[in-house]
Design a protein around this ligand. Structure first.
Ligand code: FEO
Ligand code: CA
Ligand code: CA
Length: 696
């Protein structure tokens, strides 16, 4: 089906995106992993490869309603396939925009947008205004951080049913020093520049208030007591089974229970008890000077997480530095001096936005990997399930299920729930009649291959090297799992698989790490990404089996290898590189993209897609972001009347002040003397329009 396409793409992304966001992850070798079961073995028990390739994945994995062993699953899936009486009617009332390449935020006719906060805007009471030419780390630590990503709305008080007063959690994933400073030299970053970057990482809590009238916008209340900045220096607690483990101890923290800061927080999720889960993604790129002998067992762990080891000679010659060179000024990022600091990153961090003094907690029970998001759903017996993706080519999808039950109103009890439970990794399979079936495999020390002989002497070992443990269990290698979230209306879970240009058509024994297609990752050189949906057995989030099918195969709808849940392709918006996901209260799927420019030639976007009913699969573009930017969030106010979009890294791909390679955007300030600035945008119905709900 994709034989005419090259197996490898020369340039996965813009150079600067790759350099700063994920440490050139796509340009390096896929982190070493064992050759797990893939297409060949799966197909041997299900479809023949020929019929699969000819028939196309769409027909191959549309779930049959007969022959499944997953009692209750068919019922749940059926409700996603047709408008059920018990769920709200889905639907979208805006006129989709055309895909764009313009350097601006574009929304449908009848809607307006405005900026809530830009990078450098004051967050804390008393914070100074942004001053590009005189920025300091101290100012930055009180101002809105760089590269806003995940956004979560927390209602405050009961007035106006929780829409008028709110707290917004916003991740600040990473920094683009080439756009942040008038005079950045990547070979000689100054101490002040490094400290500003560290202060621009982390997250913000913004206290916001909707103004009166029909205009559904918000403004930031700077004097508010809930405003908060979290940075790469904020003290955090390490909790759960890996807390205190030997590998978690450093000279700064001999107990292995406290760490300074969080890094590269990409997406996240919320809990039923009103906290945010914010997720450390590409943490490996912040550490320099790794030099370990070949036979050191730690080397395999670090390499599995994307690090490169250097010789002693290279280290001494200064060739083993990290891209950002933070280790020059902060030895904890120097692996030759503080070898364990890196094990304290790569976790899900829980923060209570309602308590400005809350010490953030790194929840080790949820595993250590390049976490994208972490979204929750209660199980039938009241425990909490957390869905998580590990965003790397050929990496895995995870689920955590707590031991304890959620107790409404008991915050101190609920704040312990994520410290004890079972972490599972997903295996996608095909049943005898061609239906998609899957298994959640527990990552428990002592079970199966997770033994001391294999390097897992404790549950802490399993959690610190989650990837290695999941390799041994034979998890299904996916096309970069990003956000994964249950649809609150149907219970079906949606996983964004953003792309994987290293996916080959067939397995190659010479290079086992570059795997061939399988039913769950059905396209070679998958530069467009896809979306999988599944339902848990019995529609219970605690289940260890599930049924799955493809929801979208993204791309240009004219490409015959695309699929939009069966909706006519000529009627959908082009979509590629699905990254973040969110649901409106009717159960429509809202997808934010990261990589449409290189995949289909259009700026990144928000798309809305009905998940069930007659419009199921009707992808409709709602928004597009400026040049060089990625569309993050999305998030809706509880009444669905305001939509938030984090415009991340506008202008990326250029360098501020460079005559040869200027930033590709001047949004939003339109001032040649200033760089483009990541900004948090909100969208609302125009005053002149009638009916002002976004989603339905
Ligand atoms: Fe930070 Fe997986 O995107
Ligand atoms: Ca992301
Ligand atoms: Ca992204």
């Amino acid at each position: 089906m994709t034989t005419s396409l090259p197996i490898f793409s020369a340039t996965p992304g813009s150079h600067e995106t790759c350099r700063w966001k994920c440490g050139d992850a796509c340009f390096s070798q896929v982190p070493n992993r064992s050759g797990n079961e893939t297409f060949e073995q799966v197909v041997a028990r299900g479809l023949s490869r020929r019929s699969f390739l000819k028939g196309g994945i769409a027909s191959a994995i549309v779930l049959s309603t007969a022959g499944s062993v997953l009692t209750g699953t068919e019922r749940a899936l059926a409700s996603t396939g047709a408008a059920a009486d018990v769920v709200p009617r889905p639907g979208l009332r805006f006129t989709p925009i055309e895909p764009t390449v313009v350097d601006d935020v574009v929304v449908p006719r009848g809607y307006d947008w405005d900026i809530l906060r830009k990078w450098g805007d004051p967050v804390l009471p008393g914070a100074p205004e942004w001053d590009f030419h005189h920025q300091t780390a101290q100012a930055q630590a009180a101002q809105f951080g760089y590269n806003n990503d995940y956004v979560a709305f927390f209602s405050r008080g009961s007035a106006g049913n929780g829409n008028r007063h709110g707290l917004l959690w916003v991740n600040h994933e990473y920094t683009n020093p080439e756009l942040m400073f008038p005079d950045y030299d990547p070979d000689q970053p100054t101490r002040e520049q490094v400290d500003i970057e560290m202060a621009a990482h982390g997250g913000s809590v913004l206290q916001i208030k909707r103004w009166n009238g029909r205009y559904r916008g918000y403004r930031h209340i700077q004097r508010g007591r809930f405003n908060r900045r979290i940075t790469a220096e904020t003290p955090m607690e390490i909790t759960g089974p890996a807390a205190g483990a030997e590998r978690m101890r450093t000279s700064y923290d001999p107990t292995g229970t406290m760490v300074r800061g969080m890094l590269n927080n990409c997406a996240g999720g919320t809990t039923p008890w009103g906290t945010v889960l914010t997720c450390e993604e590409n943490f490996d790129q912040y550490f320099g000077n790794l030099s370990l002998p070949e036979d050191d067992p730690l080397l395999a762990i670090h390499e599995r997480y994307g690090l490169e080891s250097f010789t002693i000679e290279e280290l001494e010659a200064g060739l083993a530095t990290s891209e950002r060179k933070w280790e020059w000024y902060h030895p904890r990022f120097d692996m030759s001096k503080e070898p364990n600091e890196i094990f304290r990153f790569g976790w899900v961090v829980e923060i209570n936005p309602y308590d400005p003094d809350f010490t953030p907690r790194k929840r080790t029970a949820l595993g250590r990997f390049k976490h994208e998001g972490a979204t929750t759903r209660l199980t039938d017996d009241g425990r909490v399930a957390v869905y998580m993706g590990d965003d790397e080519r050929f990496d895995y999808i995870y689920k955590f299920v707590s031991d304890g039950q959620y107790v409404e109103g008991d915050l101190s009890h609920n704040l312990d729930l994520l410290d004890s439970g079972t972490l599972y990794v997903a295996k996608f399979d095909v049943g005898a009649t061609g239906e998609g079936i899957g298994t959640w495999m527990p990552l428990v020390q002592g079970e199966g291959p997770l033994t001391a002989e294999n390097g897992f002497a404790s549950q802490a070992d399993v959690l610190i090297n989650t990837r290695g443990a999941a390799d041994l269990l034979g998890a299904t290698a996916m096309d970069r799992p990003e956000d994964i979230q249950p649809n609150p209306v149907t219970g079906a879970v949606y996983a964004m698989l953003t792309n994987n240009t290293d996916r080959r058509l067939v397995d190659d024994p010479e290079t086992p790490r570059y795997q061939g297609v399988d039913e769950a990752n059905p396209r070679a050189d998958n530069r467009w990404g896809h979306v999988i949906e599944w339902v848990e057995a019995g529609d219970d989030a605690a289940a260890t089996a599930f049924a799955w099918r493809i929801f979208l195969l993204c791309g240009d709808p004219d490409d015959p290898h695309t699929y939009f849940a069966g909706f006519p392709p000529e009627l959908v918006s082009p979509i590629a590189a699905p990254d973040n996901v969110m649901f409106d209260r009717r159960g429509n799927v809202w997808i934010a993209t990261d990589g449409q420019p290189r995949a289909i030639g259009f700026n990144d976007a928000f798309h809305a897609v009905p998940a069930f009913g007659e419009e199921r699969g009707h992808v409709q573009q709602f928004l597009s972001v400026p040049k060089g930017a990625e569309a993050c969030g999305p998030e809706l106010s509880p009444d669905n009347q305001t939509l938030f979009c984090a415009v991340q890294h506008p202008g990326e791909g250029g360098v501020f002040g460079s005559p040869l390679q200027p930033p590709v955007s001047d949004w939003p300030d339109r001032d040649p003397g200033l760089p483009p600035r990541p900004s948090l945008v909100f969208i609302y119905k125009s005053r002149t329009a009638t009916g002002y709900r976004i989603g339905t």
